[in-house]
Design a protein around this ligand. Sequence first.
Ligand SMILES: [Zn+2]
Length: 171
Amino acid sequence: MSIHYPIAMPKIAYLECSRCQLHLDAATPQTICTACAGTLYVRYDLSGAAGLAQRDLVGKSAQDRRWSGMGRYRQVLPSVEPVTLGEGWTPMLASRRYKNVWLKEEGANPTGTFKARGLAMAVTMARHYGLKKLAAPSAGNAGGALAAYAAAAGIEAHIFMPQDVPMANRD
Ligand SMILES: [Zn+2]
């Protein structure tokens, strides 16, 4: 059986506030809702994918398998050039204790944690918007991932760590 995907990746239609449902323009970089400071959902225009892509098959076509990591899911990611260090495609390990329980080994990501996935996308969009400096609070893992992806994108990163973070997180 062959699977046909839309040639074009989905466009971001707008950003939607998770609290007040306000729609914001995705052409402008946004961090939080301008009306209530709520977090924002990215809403895609998936009309071009209607009837062409099946949710359970995304990432499984022969074409998708040529891509490693998160690139396998490009049909449902923003249609911009990705900043990638090879994140994703981490192994699933069977639990030794419980039948039918699988563990995702996210330590295999380039920065050692699942934070690599989110920061890859965040820095991808930051570069797309032409941002030159990024800042984030972190207890460790997100800061490490931001530093790595920002460096890959040639963007300056500033990471702020609370004073009470355990010493193990600082090293
Ligand atoms: Zn809002």
